[in-house]
Design a protein around this ligand. Structure first.
Ligand SMILES: Nc1ncnc2c1ncn2[C@@H]1O[C@H](COP(=O)(O)OP(=O)(O)O)[C@@H](O)[C@H]1O
Ligand SMILES: [Mg+2]
Length: 258
């Protein structure tokens, strides 16, 4: 069992503003756990206790009363192992928009096509959208999971070693699409692969036993101006971009109405 210091020294502004931030470090150092702080996915792995703060659009998402459904729509996540739902390709991608209340067939089709194009899967599946998702190859399944996450139009996408189970060709496709979606969305990717971090990331955080020991552009000794080091206090993490309303106002509105 891995034991970490109770107060990891993490003062980190993952503020990619449509850029790609990578978190790298040896296996077991806490990368996935840190990533799961950013959309409170750790809540699903009890018992968990958060310390410090994670600021998203200026709101501390670790505090009580945060609308977790809304948070996870805005901060989407894709895991190490592709996990398509046991249904058709179309239904996988339409799942999120449907949950959000999209009913019109036309709108659903547009959402599905848009997300599949963004995840560089459209050309491979456009003629077989009603086929079962589990008939796709491993790499296609992972791109489908990315499409499913993108279909609800998140502002940040968290990727936890999305290519570690894939062959080099499938990995290259995932890396290409990550570089593509950066124009629309901020990406935080966990990888144990230094080369991958160097290839695709604008900023890098290196974690060691739960502690941030190095940060900056891969291959450089100090961060570029305005990069990860934002003069934050230890125990404080800032993610996201400048677009979108602050989460707190929505959460407040919702709790005020019911
Ligand atoms: N900040 C932390 N405090 C206490 N335990 C932690 C912390 N971060 C990670 N762990 C524990 O360490 C183990 C490995 O963490 P994990 O996030 O899976 O590492 P990685 O993804 O880098 O391999 C898990 O059992 C996790 O619960
Ligand atoms: Mg992990």
């Amino acid at each position: 069992m891995v034991r970490h210091t109770p107060r990891p020294e993490i003062g980190l502004a993952l503020d990619p503003e449509r850029e790609i931030a990578a978190i790298i470090g040896p296996s077991g150092c806490g990368k996935s756990t840190l990533l799961r702080c950013f959309n409170r996915m750790n809540d699903l792995y009890p018992p968990v206790r958060y310390e410090g703060s994670v600021l998203f659009e200026g709101t501390d998402i670790l505090r009580n009363g945060i609308d977790l459904v809304e948070l996870r729509r805005r901060v989407g996540m894709v895991f190490q192992r592709a996990n398509p739902f046991p249904m058709s390709i179309f239904q996988n991608v339409a799942y999120g928009p449907k949950l959000l209340g999209v009913r019109s067939r036309r709108e659903l089709e547009q959402a599905v096509e848009g997300a599949l194009r963004q995840s560089a899967l459209w050309n491979e599946v456009k003629d077989r959208l009603n086929r079962h998702a589990l008939g796709l190859s491993g790499g296609q399944q992972q791109r489908l999971c990315i499409a499913r996450a993108l279909a609800v139009k998140p502002e940040v996408l968290l990727l936890d070693e999305p290519a570690s189970a894939l062959d080099p060709t499938a990995t290259a496709k995932i890396e290409e699409l990550i570089l593509e979606i950066r124009s629309a969305i901020s990406v935080v990717i966990v990888t144990h692969n230094m080369q991958q971090a160097a290839r695709i990331s604008d900023r890098t955080a290196f974690l060691m036993e739960g502690t941030l020991v190095e940060r900056g552009r891969p291959g450089t000794s100090s961060p570029p101006p305005g990069a990860i080091d934002g003069g934050l206090h230890h125990g404080s993490i800032r993610i996201g971009s400048s677009h979108g309303p602050p989460l707190s106002s929505r959460a407040r509105r919702r709790s005020a109405t019911g």
